[in-house]
Ligand binder design. Structure first.
Ligand code: HEM
Length: 327
């Protein structure tokens, strides 16, 4: 870039340099960003995720959720990966996140292969896709070129939606990130894999909205099942499948459960109770083969949208050398 100044208006050199150095060069994410600079980047991430999930299935839901929680706080910039006394990781909604070691492993391998090139934010986006594939989801291309953020604050992560967030607020929270109601319902389908701690829903089993009894809308069979797994004064850390009956496979049965009052979290049940979200749940119900494909394809598209939330590109942020601390 060439900058011309008229002699009379030439500002002091320091100010000029300062202005030029603070110009934000913005880019955008695109498929194949590392094609030339690190051609094996995607394969390396895929291999690491594949062997991690094979050894321990819980990494798959862990990585998917970690990506969501990263993108909703300061955008998809790997701020969730930063260690420290009051970083996002220490916020209550992030207390059970898992998969950090998988990302770190991939980063170490990528730094050996092409140092300083692949961002942690991209590794997380690719890992989330690969985790879904490992559980039976449909492949989607992940645009890359994200840069890593420099800031991570516990206080900002405390606002992530919780198991008690009503549909109306879920819609608003997603809209603030540029995601519509269909995106919300589609992405909530991520609950087709993984588990929740009893603590997230025991109120529904024993004292729903201070009624000294269970949530009247919960299916009776599910209620007994959950009460057995999560006794009244039992261990609130016990984990229970979010998609009863098919927790290990990325299919559309989550939506069947939501319709039947078998959503484990109140936030899941809400998607059926509220007509604005119910109509999108409905599109994933019915004849298994077609609707499953519809869901998994739409899920990939919605993940691309999620992956573009407030991304840093160009010369913003940095490419971290290790994912858990800034350079
Ligand atoms: C308003 C929306 C959402 C709410 C209120 C919500 C809430 C929750 C809660 C409370 C848990 C249980 C956490 C625990 O006990 O450790 C959970 C788990 C999970 N969530 Fe969500 N979630 C939402 C959206 C999403 C989205 C958009 C995704 C992914 C695209 C996602 C993926 C997951 C996964 C995979 C798990 C299982 C984690 C594991 O097994 O380690 N969730 N969610």
């Amino acid at each position: 870039m060439t900058v011309y100044f008229h002699m009379k208006t030439t500002p002091n050199l320091f100010v000029v340099l300062l202005a030029i150095s603070s110009i934000r060069v913005l880019g955008c994410t695109r498929v194949g960003f590392y094609e030339k600079t690190c051609p094996r980047a995607e394969i390396i991430v895929q291999d690491v995720v594949k062997s991690a999930v094979k050894a321990n299935y819980t990494y798959a839901p862990g990585l998917l959720r970690m990506f969501f929680h990263d993108c909703f706080v300061r955008g998809c910039d790997a701020s969730i990966l930063l260690n420290g006394p009051s970083t996002e990781q220490t916020a209550t909604p992030n207390s059970h996140l898992r998969g950090f070691e998988v990302i770190n492993r991939a980063k170490t391998m990528l730094e050996n292969e092409c140092p300083g090139v692949v961002s942690c934010a991209d590794i997380l986006a690719l890992a989330a896709r690969d985790a879904v594939i490992q559980t039976g989801g449909t492949f989607w291309e992940v645009p890359t070129g994200r840069r890593d953020g420099l800031v991570s604050l516990k206080s900002e992560a405390e606002d992530l939606p919780s198991s008690r967030t009503p549909a109306e607020d879920q819609i608003k929270i997603f809209a603030k990130k540029g995601l519509n109601t269909e995106d919300l319902v589609t992405l909530a389908g991520g609950h087709t894999i993984g588990t929740a701690a009893c603590a997230r829903f025991t109120d529904r089993l024993y004292n729903y909205k201070n009624n000294h009894g269970p949530d009247p809308d919960i299916d009776q069979v599910l209620l007994l099942h959950l009460q057995t797994l999560c006794p009244h004064n039992g261990d609130h850390g016990t984990r229970v499948a979010l998609d009863t009956g098919s927790v290990n496979s990325f299919d559309n049965s989550y939506y069947e459960n939501v319709r039947a009052g078998r959503g484990v979290l109140e936030s899941d049940s809400e998607l059926w109770t509220d007509p604005r979200t119910q109509r999108f749940v409905q599109q994933f119900l019915g004849d298994k083969k077609n609707h499953e494909l519809k869901f998994t394809k739409k899920f990939g598209r919605a993940m691309v949208k999620l992956g573009n939330v407030e991304v840093k590109t160009g010369n913003e942020g940095e490419i971290r050398r290790v994912c858990n601390k800034i350079n």
